[in-house]
Design a protein around this ligand. Structure first.
Ligand code: CP
Length: 312
């Protein structure tokens, strides 16, 4: 029996950045998500501790995993959730982001979840909304709940953060997932490597306490976790990219390249994946190595934990 009063609260009001979370917050989210992972396996998955609360999903960018898992999470907790359709909203009549935020705030939601392509947009929205806000991915800044569900998955598979080497591989420059995972893994004591071709290397790499590799085989040598990233085509301008075949040859993860990592390595990818571009198709589906589907499954439990800990 999960009781709302016994669920710990987050030390912060808005979940925009992993940098704002304490180690205790992260541990509390993971521990709470564990409880929901059990309840999510029951036939009746409803734990209606947020009955009567109103949550709004405000997604300005496409999403499958994050949007649907937040909706499922809210519904399993008994809240009413509204997915605002941006295309049919008054934004298309010229209403500003600020006025949209004011309008939604006037309807007294209990939590708003926002995905936006522009870095800084969530600060703009949160300045006008009284209730807590969760970032569901903001420009190239952060995607905090993705890093939390990745951490949950790593721990759930029996790994101890302080003992592991995590190689984050691919398009790091444009990846909010890479940034959130970097902050979280470093906070929890893991060793982090950035494995990326020169054209995807973050311009401010000196600000990250990582080992840097421009060669995939060397970068995943003896790694415990290989975290592949999607090429963020929608955020790339003026970068001379190789063909997808060339990229796959040098930076696509294959069974052959993976032999360099530890035998019990976990292969992760936040999704959506580009098969045979970032990762060999059969490897992505290989449940002995790939935890991609478990990441998605755990996303529901982690998002339930975040909602339960943040909604009053
Ligand atoms: N990982 C992730 O954010 O996927 P979606 O874009 O499908 O939500």
């Amino acid at each position: 029996m999960i009781e709302k009063d016994k669920i710990p609260k987050l030390s912060i009001k808005n979940l925009q950045s992993i940098e704002d979370l304490s180690v205790q917050d992260i541990e509390n989210i993971i521990d709470t998500a564990k409880l929901f992972k059990y309840s999510n396996k029951e036939q009746n998955k409803k734990i209606p501790i947020l009955s009567g609360r109103t949550i709004i999903n405000l997604f300005f960018e496409p999403s499958t995993r994050t949007l649907i898992s937040f909706e499922i999470a809210a519904k399993r907790l008994g809240a009413d959730i509204i997915n605002m359709n941006i295309e049919s909203s008054s934004l298309r009549k010229g209403e500003t982001l600020i006025d949209t935020a004011d309008t939604l705030n006037s309807m007294n939601p209990d939590l708003v979840i926002v995905r936006h392509s522009i870095s800084g947009s969530i600060n703009e929205i949160s300045s006008r909304i009284k209730c807590p806000i969760i970032s569901a991915g903001e420009g190239t800044v952060e995607h905090p709940t993705q890093a939390l569900l990745d951490a949950f998955t790593i721990q759930d598979k029996g790994k101890n953060f302080k003992d592991i080497v995590v190689s984050i591989c691919g398009d790091i420059e444009h990846s909010r997932v890479a940034r959130s995972n970097y902050y979280l893994l470093k906070k929890m004591g893991a060793k982090v490597r950035f494995v990326t071709p020169e054209y995807f290397k973050p311009k401010n790499i000196e600000n990250f306490d990582v080992e840097y590799f421009d060669n995939l085989e060397k970068g995943i040598d003896s790694a415990d976790i290989v975290m592949m990233l999607r090429i963020q085509k929608e955020r790339i301008a003026n970068t001379d990219l190789p063909s997808t075949d060339e990229y796959y040859k040098s930076f696509g993860l294959t069974y052959k390249k993976l032999t360099r990592a530890k035998d019990d390595v976990l292969v992760m990818h936040p999704g959506p994946i580009n098969r045979n571009v970032e990762i060999e198709s059969a490897l992505a589906d290989d449940l002995n190595k790939s935890v991609i589907n478990e990441q998605v499954e755990n996303g529901v439990s982690v998002r339930m934990a975040c909602l339960a800990m943040m909604v009053k």
